[in-house]
Design a protein. Structure first.
Ligand code: AMP
Length: 287
């Protein structure tokens, strides 16, 4: 869709939540599409912004490394930050408004809310990164409240995160449509991630083995049970001594619980792998 006519062909970058709110009060609310990110933007993020551009009159992107979703202080400290390059990419991709706030802008008071999404946030990333999804729900609900989008765009790369966001908008009864966007990969199959730039040469060379294994797992699922497939995937990943499986689960795509057989209508294979100091996630549709 064309840009909102009240805007000049120029992207606006805000650090102030109040200033962004004041601007957004002037635009047509049903035409607002929103893409939350943590920056260090790549072609995966760009695909979300471009999709939002097609479907909305106003496109808002946030770039905010949310401290409350990091369970590991070292991970937060080393998370890549490239604000100038991010602003250039967003301008090119057609964003209208960018919010690049400080932590104090987002959390003037500490956010003490504790969410409970039942079993969805207890498994996989939830089980191995305590507090992670509570922090995601805190920041995304706060950003939704600031931007008040009609549609919000999320990547299937973070498959479990989408389920958590859906549970959150149901719990808070927010009138927001969640748009799921496919995973963008490098030529060698590695799912694009801001964390990829933290990989050293050897681990970067090893990392495409993750997606190659997921693809092979889809084939193997025709002759193995889900439990056998889990064992096979872990062993297959670790044929490469630089990679260590944190978990692999074949899950029902709605409940995110492990399946006992292949009868669910949609089953996703979800994996987390430690590659040196970098934690990588990926997933694939099995059925
Ligand atoms: P992040 O900056 O990692 O928090 O990601 C912001 C949004 O971009 C999330 O909805 C991610 O799922 C999405 N995203 C990240 N990497 C990719 C990718 N390779 N393909 C598609 N979407 C992605």
């Amino acid at each position: 869709m064309p840009r909102n006519p009240i805007l000049e062909e120029k992207m606006n970058v805000f650090t102030s939540v109040a200033a962004l709110r004041a601007e957004l009060a002037k635009v047509d609310a049903p035409g607002i599409g929103f893409v939350p990110t943590m920056g260090a933007l790549h072609a995966g993020h760009r695909s979300l912004v471009e999709r939002a551009r097609q479907e909305n009159t106003t496109v808002v992107v946030s770039v905010f490394v949310n401290p409350t979703q990091f369970n590991d202080p070292n991970d937060l400290r080393h998370y890549p930050r490239t604000p100038e390059a991010d602003a250039r990419l967003l301008e090119e991709a057609g964003a209208d408004y960018v919010l690049m706030p400080s932590a104090e802008e987002i959390y003037p008071e500490p956010d003490t809310r504790q969410f409970d999404f039942g079993q969805i946030d207890k498994v996989m990333e939830g089980a191995t990164r305590p507090g992670h999804f509570n922090g995601v729900a805190q920041v995304v609900s706060r950003l939704f409240d600031i931007v008040k989008p009609a549609r919000a765009y999320f990547g299937e790369k973070d498959f479990q995160q989408i389920a958590v966001i859906r549970a959150m908008i149901a719990q808070l009864r927010l009138p927001i449509e969640i748009v799921e966007c496919p995973i963008v990969r490098d030529k060698d199959g590695l799912a694009l991630s801001s964390r990829n730039q933290l990989l050293d040469t050897a681990h970067r060379a090893a990392a495409p083995h993750i997606y190659a294994t997921l693809r092979a797992a889809v084939e193997r699922s025709h002759s193995l049970s889900p439990a056998e497939l889990e064992t096979w995937v872990i062993a297959q990943i670790e044929l490469n001594p630089l990679l260590k499986t944190i978990y692999y689960h074949s899950v029902d795509a709605t409940s995110l619980q492990k399946v006992a057989d292949w009868s669910s209508p949609r089953i996703q294979g979800c994996i987390a792998v430690q590659a040196g100091s970098v934690r990588l996630i990926d997933n694939i549709r099995i059925r």
